[in-house]
Design a protein around this ligand. Structure first.
Ligand SMILES: *[C@@H]1O[C@H](CO)[C@@H](O)[C@H](O)[C@H]1NC(C)=O
Ligand SMILES: *[C@@H]1O[C@H](CO)[C@@H](O)[C@H](O)[C@H]1NC(C)=O
Ligand SMILES: *[C@@H]1O[C@H](CO)[C@@H](O)[C@H](O)[C@H]1NC(C)=O
Length: 434
C-alpha cells in the first residue's frame, strides 16, 4: 500500500460509549432570538461549513432557530439549523452521483462587534431512521438504499469515468469481452461506493480506487484474510497491565516509530505486514533504531501460516521467536508470493522474546498504544475497496466485529471533528494510491 493516508479509522473496533460533548450549563440569561437577529451568525456558520467546497456542492440554509446570551464583550448564539446539501451529478465535482441531503446542525457562534467566531459545530443527517442500533440487520439497511433512481445519463458518465480509470491505473484487458465485463463491474462498484458513502457517518470519501474493477469476491480473495475470523482464542497470553489513562490523541508516525507504508501487492499477506510493523515499532522504542523488517521471511518461513492465502499474527510472532528473529527488508526483500525459506540466522537484525494479546477495551488499547507503541490489530475491511481518505465510520451492521478480515497496524488515534456516537477514531498505517 503505497501512500500515507492521514486518517483511517479502525472499522469494527469503534465501540464503547464516547463522552458526550460538554453541555453548557443552562444559562438563565439566554433568550430566544428572533429570526432576523439570527441571520448574521447563521450565514457565518454556513460560510464556515461551505469553506473549501466546490461550487455546486455547497449547502444552503434551511430553517434556523436559536438562543442568544451576553458573553463578555459580545453575544453567544446557540443555533439549530437545517442545511440542505445539493444533489450532485457532475463526476468532475463529486465523482459519484450524490443525492440531496438535509443535515441538522447545532452551532455555537460568538459575535463580538460584528466579528464572528465558530466555537462548535455538530451536524448529522436528519434522517434518523438509519441508526446504529445493534439489532439492525443488513437486510433492514440495504433496501433503504435502493430508493433513489439513477440519473438518466448515468451510463454515459460511468463510461467516461471508467475510461479515466483505465488510463490512470494503466489497466489492460485481454479482450473486448473482458473490457466490457470490467466496465460493468466498475459501474456496479461505483454504485456500491455511493451507497457506502451515503451511509458513512465519518468524513471518509469513497470512490474510484485501483481496486474499482474487481468484484467484491475478487477483492476479498486477493487482498483480504478470512483466517482472521478465528483470531480470538489463539492461545496467546493476555496482557494484564492496566496502565494509565490515554492522552487525548496520539500519532507514532510523528515520533519516528513507523516505517513508510509498504505495498502488499496482489497477495493476502496483511498479517505479515501488521506484525512486522508492530515489531519495527517495538524495536525502535526499545533499541532506538527504526529498521524496515522482512515480511517475505514470514511468507516463506512461517509454515503454520499460508503466505498469500492468509495467516494469523499470533502464529507469526511464534515463528519469529522460533526462527530466531527477522531480517531487514533490504536483506530479504518482498516478492509478494511464497518462495523457499531463505532465512539466515546470521542476518537476523531483531528478535522478540514474547508476544501478548491486548484487551479489546478501546480505552485500555489507546492507553497501551500511547505508552508502548504501534499495535497489530485486525479489522472488518468493509468499504475499504473504495476508500480514498478521511475517517471511515460505517454503520455497525455493515461492519460487524465478527467479520474481521484484514490485519493492519494501529499507529495512533484522535477525536472526531463532529462526534457521532463515539468521539475517538483510530489511525492506521495503511493506505493506497486512490
Ligand atoms: C431486537 O430484536 C428482537 C427480535 O426482533 C426483539 O425482540 C428485541 O426487543 C430487539 N431489541 C432491541 C433492543 O430493540
Ligand atoms: C502499463 O502496463 C504495461 C503492461 O502491463 C506495462 O508494460 C507498462 O510499463 C505500464 N506503464 C506504466 C506507466 O506503468
Ligand atoms: C530475548 O531473546 C534473545 C534472543 O533470542 C536472547 O538473547 C535474550 O537473552 C532474551 N531476553 C530475555 C529477557 O529472555
Amino acid at each position: 500500500m503505497a501512500s500515507w493516508l492521514p486518517l483511517l479509522s479502525l472499522l469494527g473496533l469503534l465501540l464503547g460509549a464516547a463522552p458526550a460533548p460538554p453541555r453548557r450549563a443552562a444559562d438563565a440569561q439566554a433568550r430566544e432570538a428572533a429570526y432576523p437577529e439570527l441571520l448574521g451568525p447563521a450565514r457565518f456558520a454556513l460560510e464556515m461549513y461551505n469553506r473549501g467546497r466546490a461550487a455546486g456542492t455547497r449547502a444552503t440554509l434551511g430553517a434556523v432557530r436559536g438562543r442568544v446570551r451576553r458573553a463578555g464583550q459580545g453575544s453567544l448564539y446557540s443555533l439549530r439549523a437545517t442545511l440542505e446539501e445539493p444533489p450532485c451529478n457532475d463526476p468532475t465535482v463529486c465523482q459519484l452521483p450524490v443525492s440531496k441531503k438535509t443535515l441538522l446542525c447545532s452551532f455555537e457562534i460568538l459575535d463580538e462587534l460584528g466579528k464572528h467566531m465558530l466555537l462548535r459545530r455538530d451536524c448529522g443527517p436528519v434522517d434518523t431512521k438509519v441508526t446504529d442500533d445493534k439489532n439492525e440487520t443488513l437486510s433492514s439497511v440495504l433496501p433503504l438504499l435502493n430508493k433513489e433512481p439513477l440519473p438518466q445519463d448515468f451510463s454515459v458518465k460511468m463510461a467516461s469515468i471508467f475510461k479515466e480509470f483505465v488510463t490512470t491505473y494503466n489497466r489492460t484487458y485481454e479482450s473486448k469481452e473482458e473490457t466490457q465485463w470490467r466496465m460493468s463491474v466498475f459501474s456496479n462498484n461505483m454504485m456500491r461506493a455511493q451507497k457506502i458513502q451515503a451511509l458513512d457517518r465519518g468524513t471518509a470519501q469513497y470512490g474510484v480506487t485501483k481496486f474499482s474493477d474487481l468484484t467484491e469476491e475478487e477483492f476479498r480473495t486477493i487482498y483480504l484474510n478470512p483466517l482472521l475470523r478465528e483470531y480470538r482464542g489463539k492461545n496467546m497470553r493476555l496482557d494484564k497491565s492496566t496502565g494509565d489513562s490515554a492522552p487525548s490523541e496520539w500519532d507514532w508516525r510523528r515520533k519516528g516509530a513507523v516505517t513508510k507504508v509498504k505495498n502488499q501487492g496482489m497477495c493476502g499477506s496483511c498479517w505479515a505486514f501488521s506484525v512486522t510493523g508492530n515489531v519495527e515499532g517495538q524495536w525502535f522504542l526499545k533499541q532506538g533504531a527504526l529498521l524496515s523488517l522482512s515480511e517475505q521471511e514470514l511468507l516463506d518461513c512461517d509454515k503454520v501460516d499460508k503466505a498469500c492465502l492468509g495467516g494469523l499474527p499470533s502464529n507469526a510472532y511464534s515463528a519469529i521467536k522460533t526462527l530466531g528473529g527477522l531480517e531487514t527488508e533490504d536483506d530479504y526483500s518482498y516478492r509478494g508470493r511464497m518462495q523457499t525459506c531463505g532465512f539466515s540466522p546470521k542476518k537476523a537484525r531483531v528478535y522478540i522474546n514474547d508476544s501478548v494479546e491486548l484487551s479489546q477495551n478501546e480505552e485500555t488499547l489507546a492507553a497501551w498504544l500511547a505508552e508502548k507503541g504501534p499495535i497489530s490489530v485486525a479489522i472488518n475491511a468493509f468499504g475499504m475497496q473504495f476508500y480514498r481518505h478521511g475517517i471511515s465510520h460505517p454503520l455497525r451492521p455493515l461492519c460487524s466485529p465478527w467479520l474481521i478480515d484484514h490485519a493492519v497496524l494501529l499507529v495512533g488515534y484522535g477525536n472526531l471533528p463532529v462526534p457521532v456516537d463515539h468521539s475517538r477514531y483510530w489511525e492506521s498505517a495503511e493506505g493506497w494510491e486512490p
